[in-house]
Design a protein around this ligand. Sequence first.
Ligand code: SAM
Length: 246
Amino acid sequence: MHDAAPVGAVIILNYFLKELEPKLFVVSTPIGNLNDITLRAIETLKQVDFIACEDTRVTIKLLSHYEIKKELTSLNAVNESTKINFIIEKILSGKNCALVSDAGTPGISDPGNRLINSAGENGITIVPVPGPSALLAALTISGLPTNSFVFEGFIPLKKGRQKKLLELSNEERTIVIYESVYRIEKLLTELNEYMPGREIVVCRELTKMFEEMWNGKPSELLNVLSTKNIKGEFVIVIAPKSWQQK
Ligand code: SAM
């Protein structure tokens, strides 16, 4: 009769077997400043077999900054349903994949969720490689409560927009919203209608050369906006309904 393998050896063997399994790495990339990338993100992008990215042209720029050459495949809102199977099969055939979006964290108002979900269903190990996201960058500099917050991403453009604004006007947690330059004025006008007394923080071009932050009531922010030539990317952070500035 053979002696049973020592428990420690079995644990170590299992660890190495797990390490050999192909994985999906979910990698955050900069939201503007190319230096905002973790050492582990660079290492992961160098080591994987291929990268699934939102727009190959954007990711090529990032990779060339770090002198990384890698096979890329696009995964975006348009081709997501057809591309997922292709990527999953490639991972299952033994290839490690990194998922990135154009900026920030994949899946946060960006493609990625469906691939991650499908990877989980197929028994693929999913590994986070965390890093930048405009959501947390804005929230953490807003000075508004961070102990409890709600992230709304982009609020509906038309259908359901008024209902959402009404719901947010009663929200007792800090609210974080993404907004495009084309609708920032419209959004502040609506916030002035739905929550005129609320403290709002507008964060523009975070981590970039023209980074700015303005705070005030919606009407005050509309005045600020009217004096500027508005460009760039915005995150809006809204104080909880009952929050009082100390
Ligand atoms: N996945 C990204 C993340 O983790 O933040 C978000 C992608 S979403 C398509 C793009 C939106 O994020 C922009 O419209 C803007 O609201 C916000 N955003 C991204 N980068 C930003 C930046 N540098 N400054 C301010 N807002 C930014």
